[in-house]
Design a protein around this ligand. Sequence first.
Ligand code: ATP
Length: 325
Amino acid sequence: MTQIKNIGLFTSGGDAPGMNAAIRAVVRSAIYYGLNVTGIRRGYEGMITGDIFAMNIKSVSNIIQRGGTILKTARCEQFRTPAGRKTAFENLKKHNIDALVAIGGDGTFTGARIFADEFDFPIVGLPGTIDNDLCGTDFTIGYDTAINTVIDAVDKIRDTAESHNRLFIVEVMGRDSGLIALRTGIAAGAETILIPESKTDINAVFERLENGRKDKTSKIIMLAENGIAGDAFEVGRQIKERFPHYDTRVSILGHIQRGGAPSCMDRVLASRVGVAAVEALMAGRRNEMIGLIHNEIAYTPFELAIKHNTDINPDFLKIVEILAI
Ligand code: ATP
């Protein structure tokens, strides 16, 4: 096993609050253990264009509390091609990078796995996505902050909904995953939750509204984007058609869910897995995502980590039903 001397570090895919805390943890722990760290800007794109620079202790001063990523992030089509990956490999060699820490989601790890196989390159990954849709970790970096941002916004929506006796359809992020909608729906006291995993269609929503208490002065329906019942405006239109007496409004929370200072939970998660990533590389581990399962560091091969987690705890949906009476 060759000794690792210089770790290349990048963030890739959608940004998530807590990525900076993870960057800080990797840089500081690598330096602590006597290794060099080299930053790569804009993920795989910077690897191909050569946007690569040496990092030191001060490069990560005063960033643990900041949202976004100081390394920037991007989606890079060229990395999907063998020629793009070859250029990336040559640039890493030019900068004497002999291992990588990738912070991102399933797409990032898919690319990492292919690259690691092609060039026999040591890579470990940290789960950085607000969607919480990776296997091999109870929570991803950014999820806790995102759901707290959603709750903060929905509490405000509830105030105005209550004042006007309105029904709000609130759409949250999660391209293929309803995990943001599921948890925030419970925490916001939603009437019902529409998520791709539960296959709930619009008829279930109608039923809930039909049979629900008539004296409620506000109602919230939580919806994950790309839901099977259509987008929030379509759901709103259908509800209005069926229940013309409801004063309905749609609110799409959008990119505020990606921003903001990371929560304490996200900072601690990022710090723990960041340190573990450096220690894992030093111990000869590779091609694995490092997460936390039951509060312990867990190593999951990339090919398993990227399997989209569609297991929804049925208790969660039952809780919504029970508590919405
Ligand atoms: P998020 O879950 O927040 O969207 P992500 O890591 O899944 O994050 P993607 O845009 O899906 O984000 O992937 C990030 C990048 O990983 C892509 O832009 C591309 O450069 C690389 N990538 C994804 N899939 C592949 C693949 N099959 N082969 C090579 N590279 C890939």
